[in-house]
Design a protein around this ligand. Structure first.
Ligand code: A2P
Length: 286
């Protein structure tokens, strides 16, 4: 963590690929000019890690934003995710091709299985998940993707993948914020060398009025959002920050000029669990 001084600075995945330490997320940003503008602004602001998903329906605009930004493709780390309804070996290969085409890219930096979804594949979910992973491994071996990983996978979902994996998952992207810490899953992943990313790192905005975070922020002359992102960053987590507002994008990138003390880190971790703002990986069925 020591040498990291900007959102473009990188951590290393277990396969050696470098990943910029703060991502820019596009969930809920509708396809069209808004997404194009947001991606261009984020890249102009210094972000070099753009996160989307087939499910978000905005891959085409993300791709346009990347091209219109003027930043070289090889300097940007692009992630997309396999849509839940496309799991399975052949359908994953096809879905990947579609994502790549919509993004207008020749390769992807990171491809994630979006959800484990036992709720959709019922008693078959374990086999479907493993078949999906096999297809991801093939795409990785064909060098169409630089790293493959998971999203919203809890330890029992990861263990299932590992029973037949030849390539270990490099990433697990989870809902994490100060009032939903996912401590056990974070520890489980980090012990295995799986890099954890945080989606909705501000709890969908729900942590912005938290009094403890306000007090800690005031002590460092930082906003609550910056404190939350820094708390994630100091745990070795890559937050996927999301704002459509260029001033807040910039603010969210300025988390490298202060350090939370051990007591502050603990006070945030101990705020109390308010639970998920999104779906439960064991019950999601879409
Ligand atoms: P906006 O796009 O208007 O900035 P999360 O990433 O946890 O899902 O939270 C996203 C929400 O937090 C968005 O509504 C976003 O709104 C808002 N947000 C992002 N950054 C900040 C910030 N620095 N200060 C206040 N609100 C923010």
């Amino acid at each position: 963590m020591e040498g990291l001084k900007s959102v473009a600075d990188t951590r290393k995945l277990s396969n050696g690929v470098e990943i910029p330490c703060v991502g820019y997320g596009t969930w809920k940003t509708p396809d069209g000019e808004e997404t194009v503008r947001a991606v261009v602004s984020a890249l102009q602001c210094g972000y070099r890690h753009i996160d989307t998903a087939q499910l978000y329906g905005n891959e085409e605009s993300v791709g346009r934003g990347i091209r219109e930004s003027g930043v070289s493709r090889q300097d940007i780390f692009v992630t997309t995710k396999l849509k839940n309804t496309e799991q399975g070996y052949d359908s994953t290969l096809k879905a990947f091709e579609g994502s790549l085409k919509r993004l207008g890219l020749e390769y992807l930096d990171l491809y994630l299985i979006h959800w484990p979804i036992p709720g959709m594949y019922k008693e078959n979910w374990r086999q479907v998940s493993r078949d999906t992973w096999k297809a991801m491994e093939r795409l990785y071996e064909e060098k169409l993707i630089r790293a493959i990983g998971l999203s919203n996978f809890l330890p029992h979902h990861i263990e299932n993948i590992e029973t037949s994996a030849n390539v270990q998952p490099t990433v697990d992207q989870l809902e994490i914020h100060p009032t939903f810490t996912q401590k056990e899953t974070v520890r489980y992943c980090q012990d295995k060398g799986i890099l954890v990313e945080a989606w909705s790192p501000l709890g969908h905005g729900s942590v912005l009025e938290n009094e403890t975070l306000k007090v800690i922020g005031a002590a460092h002359r930082k906003s609550v959002a910056q404190v939350a992102l820094r708390w994630e960053f100091q745990q070795g987590i890559v937050p996927i920050s999301k704002s459509l507002n260029p001033d807040r994008m910039k603010q969210n990138s300025e988390i490298f000029d202060f350090q939370l003390t051990e007591q502050e880190m603990k006070a945030i971790t101990d705020l109390g669990e308010e639970g998920r703002t999104g779906p439960d990986p064991d019950n999601i069925s879409f």
